[in-house]
Design a protein around this ligand. Sequence first.
Ligand SMILES: Cc1cc2nc3c(=O)[nH]c(=O)nc-3n(C[C@H](O)[C@H](O)[C@H](O)COP(=O)(O)OP(=O)(O)OC[C@H]3O[C@@H](n4cnc5c(N)ncnc54)[C@H](O)[C@@H]3O)c2cc1C
Length: 386
Amino acid sequence: MHRITVVGGGFAGLTAAITAAEAGAKVTVYEAHHTLGGRARTAEGPYRTNEGPHALYNGGPHWIWLKQRNLIGPLAPLPPLEAARLRLRHHGVLRRTPPFALLKLLRPGVRQAPVDADFLSWATGIAGEEGARAAANYSAVALFHHDPGALSAAFVQERLRRATKLPPEAHYPRGGWASVIDRMAARAWNLGVRIETLSRIDTLPTDAPVVVATSLPAARRLLGDDSLTWPGGRTVLLDLALRTRRGDAFAVSDLDAPGWIERFTAQDRTLAPAGEQLIQGQIPIAPGERHADGLARAEELLDLGFEGWRERVTWRREAVADGRTGAVDLPGRSWRDRPAVDRGDGVYLAGDQVAAPGVLSEVSFNSAVTAVALILGRSALDLKHA
Ligand SMILES: Cc1cc2nc3c(=O)[nH]c(=O)nc-3n(C[C@H](O)[C@H](O)[C@H](O)COP(=O)(O)OP(=O)(O)OC[C@H]3O[C@@H](n4cnc5c(N)ncnc54)[C@H](O)[C@@H]3O)c2cc1C
């Protein structure tokens, strides 16, 4: 029987543990924190915030895998009346419909964007500069970077397509991602996986193959390998609870600069006490920009979409997610160029900044399955459909 050690009990670590245990391996998971979930944790208490929006995209490989195992649980569907309250800021004012030029980039006939070009140059050739900028800024909802136009055209196009699909791909597990993590943990337990929380690993075990399913910076320290780096975004997160007011927007997407504000209680009433709404803003900021700059942009969007919000605040929290929102690929580079899963000597990487395809957490999922497939000498496809 194969023995496998997994370091990290987030989405990647639990995916690796379940996949390996389903294939008959004896698995131990070590998690430094006292609870599982990593960045997919949902806050306890009256305001059930995730670190960021945490949409589960139903076009991704993890969706089918989770669904087949009954791990998604009940979803919080967005009522059509609320969906109609999506607003876009363009040239400083709110509008209901996207600029026509942006739609040119979403036509079915638009070819696969090149890896080598930057998105703004490539998209300008199709939609003109204004349409290209609006599209780049819209895509920030799925890539959390202050300048999506400067990234690889292929990378941004995939995220733009996924984030604009109709019906929308984004789905929200009721109660936040913690409910999915709890189900994954229960499945792992039932498969005999040993899970040790409050167990920070400082030295890699050598008695069994190891899947290092931590963030890339944590893997860099653990493996003592300075080459383990990849660019990511920096995003100001603003969580607010507001007293309910009829007519609030469901979400405001900024097409003038990257940024997004969403009222998550529009789809899931369980996230805040009765009479209050939970709002989350994500504003990517440039390396030289200050936290306060991001907050100021978030407040501009709130002023537009949530009338009188300042007088209605019942709770507020601010944070900066630095390098925590997954990989971004610069022109000329793709997911294949990121740090490889197989590090040699029985050590494998899983996480959202390593060499695997997908959007956001899908990279963690795909790399986790690949790591286990390499250890067991099996095909990743077979393991996913076990
Ligand atoms: C603001 C924001 C918004 C996001 N929105 C979305 C979204 O809408 N959709 C989406 O799909 N994804 C989204 N993501 C991305 C998603 O959260 C991550 O891709 C995913 O949760 C990463 O999972 P992971 O297991 O790879 O890493 P992590 O969640 O970071 O898990 C790593 C785990 O390893 C543990 N660990 C670290 N070092 C050690 C050690 N030495 N020993 C033991 N344990 C250790 C940590 O405590 C942690 O639990 C978002 C992320 C952020 C920050």
